[in-house]
Write a protein that binds this ligand. Structure first.
Ligand code: TRH
Length: 372
């Protein structure tokens, strides 16, 4: 089948992060012909080696086209995906109406663990002119579209060794890869100062790897350092802070595999941290009406369903505190004490995710049933 995926970068890297992984996997693992239309090649360039000035380019077998005001996309594709409810351009809709075989039009939704997702997954909405749009919901439960998980990532993860881990950390300048190692990818968050304070007070030797981005100024402020730039190492007490440049997506995956606990955010890094089979803390994308807390709790409910109640409570309290911007004194110590058991729970959770089938494969199956 031929596929066109449309992506508008609302902000940050998650929109294009998800679309790029999906486009690449559809081509590499399902042998589909894929065009990815994206409106922000500069943001895309932070996670993959794309040229920002090219109208059209080929990367890993995927045709990438710049979607801008003057572009008139009109692909003759079997399946057209509007990612995250980005509106398809009129020219594309006209091409879809004119097609002799009606294409499958899919809205790929945001990821949520809420129960209602199961009943809405696959719902059809007639669009006139013989076209129907289907709502495709990623999710964590049977009856949803699952999450992205490439075969080659799963194979690479299975082959990842302690030596690989040490080599990766050494490559980032980490002097002692044998001590507790955390990564911190987050939005601006006043709880960062609390975390750093509690890490320092613990006296435990810890590596804290901080990717470039929105959390970095708060890390710098918390240690009274002024500006931090990529590749720096600052030691405060037993806490070793390393600033990490923006890595290509597969390297970032490897970084997640290499840490004992990953602070992640948004949608894509959140899922990748689950594939890493290590404990994680999620900074959910904040929404004005606090709707994000409902989503956060829905995930916590699902994720900790089989945990002892006491352990689940430690996680829930920490995640809520992190997202509300203030840790309670002693909260890091409680989370730290949970890490050994949580490591086991994280493995079990990851196996459950694998059993759902991956999002790209589920999309292919779904599209085949609808393409007439
Ligand atoms: O960047 P995010 O916050 O992205 C999004 C957007 O804000 C979007 O509008 C919103 O809808 C969505 O979140 C929920 O977080 P996310 O989703 O984790 O995306 C980050 C991407 O960046 C992901 O694909 C991983 C990638 N990445 C790298 O490739 N290298 C890196 O070094 C890092 C830190 C991230």
């Amino acid at each position: 089948m031929s596929w066109s995926v449309f992506c508008r970068v609302v902000d940050n890297y998650g929109d294009i992060g998800v679309c790029w992984r999906l486009a690449r996997q559809l081509h590499l693992e399902y042998d589909e012909q894929v065009t990815l239309w994206v409106d922000d090649l500069v943001a895309f360039g932070h996670i993959a080696p794309v040229r920002a000035d090219a109208e059209e380019q080929l990367l890993e077998g995927v045709r990438i086209c710049h979607w801008h005001a003057a572009a008139q996309p009109a692909d003759d594709a079997d399946v057209v995906i509007e990612a995250f409810a980005c509106e398809l351009p009129a020219s594309q809709k006209a091409a879809m109406r004119a097609r002799s075989v009606t294409p499958v039009w899919l809205n790929l939704e945001y990821l949520s663990a809420e129960d209602w997702v199961i009943s809405c997954h696959g719902m059809a909405s007639p669009q006139g002119g013989g076209l129907t749009k289907y709502f495709f919901f990623p999710g964590f439960a049977p009856g949803t579209g699952g999450v992205l998980a490439e075969q080659r990532m799963l194979a690479a993860r299975a082959a990842w060794t302690t030596q690989d881990r040490f080599a990766l950390l050494a490559g980032l300048g980490v002097a002692r890869p044998d001590i507790t190692t955390l990564s911190l990818f987050a939005y601006e968050n006043s709880a960062i100062a609390d975390l750093i304070g509690q890490l320092r007070a613990s006296g435990e030797p810890v590596n804290l790897l901080v990717p470039m981005g929105r959390a970095l100024p708060q890390v710098a402020a918390a240690i009274g350092h002024g500006t931090l730039t990529p590749g720096q190492h600052v030691q405060v007490d037993a806490l070793n802070i390393y600033t990490v440049p923006m890595l290509p997506q597969h390297r970032y995956d490897q970084l997640l595999w290499s840490c004992d606990l990953n602070f992640v955010r948004g949608e894509d890094s959140f899922v990748r941290a689950q594939h890493a089979m290590h404990p994680s803390v999620w900074h959910i994308y904040p929404q004005d009406d606090a709707a994000h807390e409902i989503k956060l709790e829905a995930f916590v409910d699902r994720y900790t369903r089989h945990w002892p109640a006491q352990d689940a409570q430690v996680l829930r309290a920490f995640w809520l505190a992190w997202n509300r911007g203030a840790l309670v004194p002693g909260q890091w110590a409680l989370l730290r004490a949970l890490l050994p058991q949580w490591q086991g729970y994280a493995r079990t959770w990851s196996a459950r995710l694998d059993a759902l089938g991956n999002l790209a494969g589920n999309l292919v199956k779904f599209a085949k049933t609808k393409l007439k």
